[in-house]
Design a protein around this ligand. Sequence first.
Ligand SMILES: Nc1ncnc2c1ncn2[C@@H]1O[C@H](COP(=O)(O)OP(=O)(O)OP(=O)(O)O)[C@@H](O)[C@H]1O
Ligand SMILES: [Mg+2]
Length: 234
Amino acid sequence: MLRLTNVSAGYGQIQVVRDVSLDVGEQEIVCLIGSNGAGKTTLLRAISGIAPFCVGTIEFNGEDLSDLPGHEIVTRGIAHVPEGRRLFRTMSIRDNLLMGAFRRRSASEIKHNLDRVYHLFPRLAERRDQAAGTLSGGEQQMCAIGRGLMSEPKLILIDELSLGLAPQVVDNLAKTLLHIRDLGISILLVEQDVEIAFELASRGFLLDSGQITVVGTTAELAENPQIKLAYIGA
Ligand SMILES: Nc1ncnc2c1ncn2[C@@H]1O[C@H](COP(=O)(O)OP(=O)(O)OP(=O)(O)O)[C@@H](O)[C@H]1O
Ligand SMILES: [Mg+2]
């Protein structure tokens, strides 16, 4: 459903990501791994149409996204859960979630999506009036993912799922991501913790200094000597 062909992206004169080709299928979880500064966030920004500079082809369900602004890409069905979650700290959970619904016009549609988020994350339902800035890290991540789901995406880009979270919290989030996939939503997951990434995803891509150097099923990646050495510590 998503296909990148020879995508290069960066900031002004600085090219961070070079000649990346990558694809995500229907109802599939794909992971993107790589060390700090490899360009993972930049690549997700390129897909979302918010990288300052991007060349190459980005197709989504057969449509070329290259010249579309960010909000049009949301409308096409791609949601972005940014690194660091970026919630509006003084606003309630509910209001943060509603920020994700800016492309949906009918009240019934918005209500339906809000109920879906509360069903996936009962914790958010319980605390809907609480200010986002007072939430635990895990709850903030739930809220950020929930906000993404409010635009009714077919694909969700998640940048650093587990960052700063306790293992049990991450396990719970991981289970919910599987539910989200089962709802028919594909996920492109950027994740530092390769064990979690490989558990969730069916395929993966290694980004090394802005280029894809290893591609395969997560079972293959787990056995790859380069990945084992650098990321699994074996
Ligand atoms: N706004 C910016 N302007 C200029 N350069 C930037 C900007 N944002 C990121 N970069 C540079 O782009 C490179 C890749 O950064 P990016 O955030 O995409 O990496 P990453 O793989 O997401 O890293 P991390 O694992 O630390 O999140 C880095 O060298 C970084 O300094
Ligand atoms: Mg990043």
